[in-house]
Design a protein around this ligand. Structure first.
Ligand code: ACO
Length: 208
């Protein structure tokens, strides 16, 4: 079986994904639009830009978008789907994912993360190292739950929102779409769409 996986984005996040993919038995090839200005990331060569991947797509069993920016992740994911390139979900062996949870395609679930029963994770989400998504949470597409953040039971997070590192969200809270929760926040009231909020308790600071 072809286990050659394209990783798009030669970033720090890309390096973590590359190692995760290797742990899962894939052979990693990077693609990045900075090519040919950048031809290598650590010991991994960069094979070309995104168009090069499209040209050689039949060489690969799929691709992972290793880009933190949700809008860019969304755009590239759409192009991959248009090109009929599969976007597998990668789950680290030390992550704990309930058999009753649903995780859509293109997600990465990093080391030590927990996704508990009856939670639903949208497309191309990042559940980062040691993040906790408790029972009955609903995450839209392209969400990022940063390292060491915890969503209590029944929390919803709208598409393209970002919960910053080391934050916690009280049970049944709703965070809107395209919103950003700053690092180290405690969210105890609902957060609307398109805002940045931070602090303990988290307050809306600005419109995005
Ligand atoms: C594997 C990984 O690396 S995953 C990435 C993890 N990274 C994160 O989670 C980062 C999340 N980002 C943040 O927390 C950012 O600080 C943001 C987005 C909330 C704000 O960023 P900016 O809009 O650039 O704000 P800026 O840095 O200019 O700060 C503005 C003010 O808010 C304060 N502030 C910024 N972030 C926070 C925060 N999280 N909590 C409390 N205060 C904050 C600053 O101290 C500053 O205060 P001052 O005006 O009194 O000096």
């Amino acid at each position: 079986m072809n286990k050659k996986l394209a990783v798009i984005g030669a970033s720090g996040h890309g390096k973590v994904i590359a190692e995760l993919a290797e742990i899962l038995g894939y052979q990693v090839t990077f693609f990045d639009d900075a090519y040919p200005n950048i031809v290598q990331v650590e010991h991994w060569p960069i094979a070309g830009d995104f168009n090069a991947l499209l040209t050689h797509k039949t060489d690969f069993c799929g691709a992972v978008v290793a880009i933190g920016n949700a809008n860019i992740r969304q755009t590239i994911t759409a192009k991959l789907q248009q090109a009929e390139i599969l976007t597998p979900t990668l789950i680290h062996p030390t992550a704990s994912v309930s058999k009753y949870a649903e995780i859509n395609s293109g997600c990465v679930v990093m080391a030590g993360a927990v996704v508990n029963a009856f939670s639903s994770i949208g497309e191309s989400c990042i559940i980062n190292s040691n993040a906790v998504v408790e029972h009955d949470c609903q995450l839209g597409d392209f969400v990022h739950i940063c390292p060491n953040s915890a969503l209590a039971g029944g929390v919803s997070v709208g598409s393209k929102s970002w919960v910053g590192i080391g934050s916690q969200v009280k049970q049944l809270i709703s965070i809107g779409e395209n919103s950003l929760i700053g690092a180290g926040s405690t969210v105890i009231k609902n957060i609307p769409d398109n805002v940045t909020a931070f602090g303990s308790p988290a307050m809306v600071i600005k419109n995005n």
